[in-house]
Design a protein around this ligand. Structure first.
Ligand SMILES: [Mg+2]
Ligand SMILES: [Zn+2]
Length: 236
């Protein structure tokens, strides 16, 4: 009897797997700590955000305007920022192995972030994942204050009225089912466009309160274990 692989004939497809687009948030998901918070806490003035929060909630100031006001107080060179992130952000357990596994299975993997290109690029490169595609904004750090550089995310999202990760996702998903992995406010809207959501921290609380299904996770090993079950295709 022939077992596995090519020799066994046309009826047999080795290790069949349902392909997913796996979209992963960066800050607080791939990293253990939110790098924007780390950067503002060390080099800027976090009270700016707190002061503007009522205006943001009332719709008088956009989230993007409040973030720019906050980061204008961040006085640091790019090297100082990267040094801080390398020392303090941390990487969530199992991330590198998860990416290797997902790619070996033929899944499409992509990072969708509201953070900064310079930080994400440095982190992924140090992890040996310089070729992992990502969408994000960027920041021009300097000793006299930081300027945020917003990536075009199309029109404001019809659902959340913000430049939204839904736009990035729609541009890359094709007809693949989507697994989304995230932890925060910027993941809320895009979650609704995913077929399965892995959530931790604030995003998990929000989904629980909204009565929406999600898979809780702390490590990428848990995400992988769940996806392994979900993507299995049983021979008919
Ligand atoms: Mg996050
Ligand atoms: Zn949206």
């Amino acid at each position: 009897m022939l077992v596995g692989g090519r020799r066994s004939g046309l009826w047999y497809h080795p290790a069949p797997v349902r392909r997913f687009l796996i979209a992963i948030d960066f800050d607080g998901t791939i990293t253990q700590h939110d790098t924007l918070h780390l950067i503002v806490d060390r080099f800027g003035d976090r009270s700016v955000w707190d002061r503007l929060t009522p205006d943001v909630i009332a719709g008088r100031v956009s989230v993007e305007e409040a973030m720019q006001a906050e980061f204008a107080t961040v006085r640091a060179t790019p090297d100082q920022v990267l040094e801080l992130v390398r020392a303090r952000a941390g990487v969530r357990a199992g991330f590198v192995e998860f990416i290797a596994w997902a790619r070996a299975r033929g899944h499409d993997v992509r990072v969708l972030s509201n953070g900064f290109r310079i930080v994400i690029d440095d982190t992924l490169t140090r992890l040996g994942l310089a070729d992992l595609p990502f969408d994000s904004h960027d920041a021009e750090f300097s000793a006299v204050g930081t300027r945020l550089v917003w990536t075009a995310r199309g029109e404001r999202c019809a659902l959340c009225n913000r430049p939204c990760k839904r736009f990035d996702l729609a541009a890359v998903r094709g007809d693949l089912p989507v697994a989304y992995v995230g932890d925060g406010v910027s993941d809320r809207c895009v979650c609704g466009a995913a077929d399965v959501v892995f959530a931790r921290a604030e995003l998990a609380d929000w989904l629980r309160d909204a009565g929406r299904p999600f898979v809780p996770f702390d490590s990428f090993g848990q995400v992988r274990a769940h996806l392994e079950q979900l993507t299995k295709v049983y021979p008919g």
